[in-house]
Design a protein around this ligand. Structure first.
Ligand SMILES: [Fe+2]
Ligand SMILES: [Fe+2]
Length: 368
């Protein structure tokens, strides 16, 4: 993870060097030009959209492309493979372990995947319809697929086999007094998942046994689903505060709540993750979620709706809200969050360079 953060930092440094040097062809070839290449070398084109709106939508398009890529990997092994979400043939042992969380997990994984794909395709199509530059990450589809039976053998954008999963959302959404926007911090629900590197999909067929091992992988996926979707639940309202065009506002206000619907579902399902220690990695322990330090009136598993908490000011009454929603630096923070979870382990410096560029431009948007 440290290595990745260094990569991220050096990408930022390289970018500022390139900017200083005036060689602003950095993203050319990485971001697909919707019309004449190099027509506007300093920045990608906004077309009929303001620069800020186009930049926000481009960062969201990139985030959705990355989300689609990771959900596609889950669907190939643990979802429903059909004409809506093609690819892969399923892993019966992994699918069964996921079904311990809920018998409909395969359907939910399929639907979440389909939703992300529609977000990605829609946002890019909207950008194109306005004459704005679209986002294409195809050249970065270089990471290996799972070798387990059921996965397609194609290049991937994201890595689900070395995850460090932040599980603070589990305690954050159950807190009645704390809010990250007011500087509060939160305990991990599964501390051992928040350190080290853990597979969320079987890496090979060796990962299918023994039972508690594939269950640990399914439990990891269950928490990762919530971690990813709570991120989207915050990202859309965070960026919505800095868009200006009514159609762009409508897009972010209409997609954002679907991320919250995903999050709510995963928040419910993960409460059924069985307590166990991974027999092949005894450092990974899933505790009983209804026993101390969890459980009780604050943390019991059926508390899946946001607990009212402090919002804007502690002087105001508690309110049931999405948290965080602070807008400053939100895109850059989202990229850091995805990077820190190990999702991009194996990606090239050029990938981080482009993602940083998209995030910085989105965070430079000032709205009206
Ligand atoms: Fe999405
Ligand atoms: Fe999502």
């Amino acid at each position: 993870m440290e290595h990745l953060e260094n990569q991220l930092t050096s990408a930022i440094n390289r970018r500022s060097f390139v900017k200083t040097a005036g060689a602003a062809t950095l993203a050319a070839g990485l971001v697909a030009q919707s019309s004449t290449a190099f027509a506007e070398p300093e920045d990608e084109k906004g077309g009929r959209l303001s620069k800020g709106d186009a930049s926000i939508l481009r960062f969201l398009a990139a985030a959705e492309i990355l989300e689609t890529d990771l959900w596609q990997q889950y669907n190939e092994l643990g979802g429903i493979q059909d004409s809506e979400v093609p690819g892969g043939t399923g892993s019966p042992a992994y699918t069964a372990a996921l079904a311990v969380l809920d018998e409909d997990m395969a359907q939910y994984i399929h639907d979440n995947t389909e939703d992300e794909l529609s977000h990605e395709v829609f946002i890019n199509a909207f950008l194109k319809s306005k004459g704005a530059t679209t986002v294409d990450l195809d050249q970065f589809r270089t990471l290996p697929s799972s070798q387990a039976t059921g996965a397609q053998q194609i290049g991937r954008l994201t890595n689900l086999m070395q995850l460090t999963v932040d599980t603070t959302w589990y305690t954050r959404y159950r807190s009645s007094s704390k809010n990250p926007d007011l500087g509060d911090t939160f305990d991990q629900a599964i501390p051992t998942l928040a350190v080290g590197q853990h597979p969320a999909i079987p890496r090979t067929d060796d990962d299918l046994t023994p039972n508690d091992h594939i269950q640990a992988i399914a439990n990891t996926a269950g928490f990762h689903f919530g971690t990813i979707e709570q991120g989207g639940t915050s990202l859309y309202p965070q960026l919505a505060q800095r868009v200006s065009n009514p159609d762009v506002l409508r897009i972010v206000l209409s997609i954002g709540p679907t991320e919250a619907m995903h999050f709510q579902t995963w928040s419910d399902k993960v409460g059924n993750a069985p307590a166990l220690t991974d027999p092949k990695d005894t450092t990974l322990v899933f505790p009983d979620l209804n026993s101390p330090p969890l459980g009780g009136e604050e943390f019991q598993t059926n508390l899946i709706m946001p607990e009212p908490t402090a919002f804007l000011s502690r002087a105001l009454p508690a309110c049931s809200i999405v948290r965080p929603t602070q807008t400053r630096g939100a895109a850059t923070a989202a990229l850091k969050f995805l990077t820190a979870m190990g999702l991009f382990i194996g990606q090239s410096p050029q990938f981080f360079e482009l993602m940083n560029d998209l995030a910085e431009d989105a965070d430079a948007a000032r709205g009206h």
